[in-house]
Write a protein that binds this ligand. Structure first.
Ligand SMILES: Cc1cc2nc3c(=O)[nH]c(=O)nc-3n(C[C@H](O)[C@H](O)[C@H](O)COP(=O)(O)OP(=O)(O)OC[C@H]3O[C@@H](n4cnc5c(N)ncnc54)[C@H](O)[C@@H]3O)c2cc1C
Length: 305
């Protein structure tokens, strides 16, 4: 029996674990990936907005988090597949067959990039699918490229790629781009970017590598192809909540609803970080929410002992 089981070892889960440790709680963190850090592995931009700590990228910040894990008392199991979770009973069953029990559960499973679900999307990973313009723009310089999405991330990435690519085709299914005004203004002044609104990317085409994309315009009769050497997809994210489906209240997009103590609709089940925060998904919100959850759990356990 543990005091707390934390599911997910991104910034939110790790912050909770450090706080639980400091507060003397018996804590176990379960992480499905080989390494801790969550989305920090995908942050290739400089992190300038985490107060008191600047980092060139997510990896650098993660290295600082990781350096502290070694000195902490909590248990951390990576590469751990969870089979099922009974939230009301606070029981976690692992794929290995092991059964775990806790007094409180903290869900810190974050979000994952939404997929387009088109042919070629998975096949061309590492063969023309661009993960990040910040990281890969030099690699794709001189290539015509396509960016899918209409929000801040898509437009920012299109602008970065336009610095080195002869043409950038931006495909957005909505009528208007959702990106912030400064990005839209920049876009208007960047002549190598062609924007197709009310359009969807229907196929990524290639052999060894990506050679073209197929686009269907809402008003168009037939899809058409554009020759490109790279495709970057930024169409938002989805919360990782499949394990808990039907067991607690979520919003219509699946984000876990919590009160101001980070507690979900199930008593002593807390949700922190991006999985419960569609409005401000940031490292500082995630770590702050972790501190709140740990403090609340500690005070409840102290009150009941
Ligand atoms: C490209 C990019 C740039 C960003 N730049 C910034 C920035 O400059 N500043 C900033 O503040 N934020 C930035 N962010 C956002 C920031 O990375 C996230 O807000 C933060 O990582 C959220 O932390 P989290 O712990 O809630 O979730 P995550 O980082 O998503 O971690 C969740 C963890 O849970 C694990 N997990 C999921 N499901 C399970 C399961 N079933 N069992 C066990 N483990 C599971 C995952 O493997 C992962 O390790 C950026 C994000 C991206 C993608």
């Amino acid at each position: 029996m543990h005091d707390v089981i934390i599911i997910g070892a991104g910034p939110a889960g790790l912050s909770t674990a450090f706080w639980c440790d400091e507060l003397g709680l018996d804590t176990l963190v379960l992480e499905q990936a080989e390494e801790i850090g969550g989305q920090l592995h995908r942050v290739h931009n400089p992190i300038n907005n985490y107060l008191g700590l600047k980092a060139h990228n997510g990896k650098e910040l993660l290295d600082r988090f990781a350096a502290e894990v070694d000195g902490a008392e909590f248990d951390l199991w990576t590469q751990t597949a969870i089979d099922s979770v009974e939230l009301r009973a606070k029981r976690v069953s692992l794929a290995s067959g092991e059964e775990l029990q806790a007094i409180a559960i903290v869900i810190a499973t974050g979000v994952r990039p939404r997929e387009l679900g088109v042919p070629g999307e998975k096949e061309f990973v590492g063969k023309g699918i661009i993960e990040s313009a910040t990281r890969d723009r030099d690699l794709f310089a001189g290539n015509d490229v396509c960016v899918v999405g209409g929000g801040d991330a898509a437009v920012e990435n299109a602008l970065l790629l336009a610095e080195g690519c002869p043409t950038v085709t931006l495909v957005h299914r909505g009528k208007k781009l959702r990106a912030r005004p400064e990005f839209r203004e920049k876009l208007q002044g960047t002549h190598c970017i062609t924007v197709f609104t009310e359009s969807v990317l229907t196929r990524i085409i290639g052999d060894e590598r990506v050679v073209a994309v197929e686009i269907q315009r809402k008003q168009g009769i037939k899809p058409f192809q554009v020759a490109v050497g790279g495709v970057l997809i930024r169409i938002g994210v989805e919360p990782n909540t499949a394990l808990f489906a039907g067991q607690l209240e979520t919003d219509e997009k699946g984000y876990i609803l919590v009160n101001n103590q980070q507690e979900s609709s199930v008593p002593m089940v807390f949700a922190i970080g991006d999985v419960s925060n569609p409005l401000a998904p940031t490292i500082s919100s995630a770590t702050g929410a972790g501190a709140t959850a740990a403090k609340v759990i500690a005070s409840r356990l102290n009150a009941s002992s």
